[in-house]
Ligand binder design. Structure first.
Ligand SMILES: [Fe+2]
Length: 395
């Protein structure tokens, strides 16, 4: 096991009907909240109106900022920062899925940040230019789409459309103070969004499971438990979407995927997210779908580094003795069975010239995510040629 430090201060308020707590939670933090949600917020207007009313009841003024989009844009974060500063907000509430929560976190940090906000974001090709924030306004989150675990971690992702970079910030100052996980808010989620959320969440565990330098026995069991529970529950939810108990199980399982508990001591990497981010930055591929596409391709290219790991996955997650290639085929079939894309060419707006698609993605990966060693960090660092082969396998 690697040496590590562990810290996660997020307080979780979990349960059906717990949205009602948002007013008193906000009042404990301040007087004026910037409420961040989607630009197309119509489908959750009732929830947002409830949040505003609950806050008002407890003496907290709410400034609505409904501008977040899937794959959050730095331009929207800059706009939110302007509003938060002008209105002197003393907290940020994010009500939505991963993109809303990430937008809320970055606005909270950006409001207190001096200088170009893009410099807050991690940039491997130009790390000297990165200056992470060291403080943020208090962040309160209401998760309405289980997927990213943003509700329980200190990460946020954003895209800069000028430089075509989708990259991230991980810093303790953007841990939420509190996150409300109310499964009642997720019962009307469409099947595709529910499934994409689970594929994203599975990918967070899969990344570490198949790239870890050290197998930590308890982390193995935790990861296998999270994966098999999510896989079982998403299938049941797609048949019974209004089942609050199942939605609650899934909501908590998703929070555990990337809240930090699976990582300590493993020394795992996230190469699949890097390749997937390049797809989203270029063609707006839904985050979960981009991972549904990259995971099988990555596995096909790299399983020989660690075949026993795949056999273990087969035995403990699928409950069967299988070869690595059988495990990969079954996993890919599971993703497509949920209705999520497993090939880039199944997505809209992908150019017909596939050679050009491969070149564009490869150039973006090298430019944004490759390290100073000219490779993409993974269990065995991946060369440009290897990443090219993974992209080709994902078409
Ligand atoms: Fe993700």
């Amino acid at each position: 096991m690697n040496n590590f430090q562990f810290y996660n201060p997020v307080r979780i308020v979990f349960g059906a009907g717990e949205l009602k707590q948002i007013g008193s939670e906000a009042a404990a933090v301040g007087k004026k909240a910037l409420l961040v949600s989607y630009a197309d917020y119509g489908f959750m207007k009732e929830t947002l109106d409830k949040v505003v009313a609950l806050c008002k009841e407890k003496g907290v003024e709410v400034i609505p900022f409904y501008a977040a989009v899937a794959n959050p844009l730095m331009s929207d974060i800059e706009a939110g920062v302007k509003v938060a500063r002008a209105k002197k907000a003393d907290m940020v509430i994010g009500c939505g899925g991963g993109s809303v929560m990430d937008t809320a976190k970055l606005i909270a940090a950006g409001t207190l940040y001096k200088g170009d906000l893009w410099k807050m974001m991690y940039s491997r090709h130009d790390s000297n230019a990165t200056l992470p924030p060291d403080k943020a306004l208090p962040i309160l989150l209401i998760n309405t789409l289980p997927a990213t675990s943003s509700e329980m971690n200190c990460g946020a992702v954003a895209t800069n459309t000028e430089t075509m970079e989708k990259t991230y910030l991980f810093h303790p100052c953007i841990y939420p103070k509190v996150s409300i996980l109310d499964p009642e808010l997720t019962t009307s989620l469409p099947a595709y969004q529910t499934a994409c959320g689970v594929v994203d969440s599975l990918s967070h565990v899969i990344e570490i499971y198949f790239t870890c330098q050290n197998e930590v026995p308890v982390q193995d069991r935790l990861m296998e438990g999270i994966m098999s529970s999510q896989m079982e529950h998403v299938v049941k939810i797609l048949k019974d979407p209004k089942n609050v108990a199942l939605r609650g199980d899934l909501m908590w399982e998703v929070a555990l995927s990337w809240n930090g508990w699976i990582l300590p001591g493993t020394g795992g990497f996230t190469p699949m997210h890097m390749i997937a981010h390049a797809m989203s930055a270029r063609w707006g591929v839904t985050h979960g779908a981009s991972l549904g596409i990259v995971m099988p391709a990555f596995m096909k290219k790299t399983w020989q580094l660690n075949p026993q790991r795949y056999v273990q996955f087969g035995q403990r997650v699928f409950g069967k003795k299988m070869t690595p290639l059988q495990v990969i085929a079954k996993f890919e079939k599971f993703i497509s069975g949920l209705g999520v894309q497993t090939r880039l060419t199944q997505c809209k707006d992908i150019p017909a010239n596939h050679k050009k698609v491969v070149k564009t993605l490869l150039d973006d990966c090298v430019r944004v995510y490759f390290g100073a060693n000219g490779k993409l960090a993974s269990l065995k660092p991946l060369s440009k040629k290897e990443v090219k082969e993974i992209i080709e396998l994902s078409l």
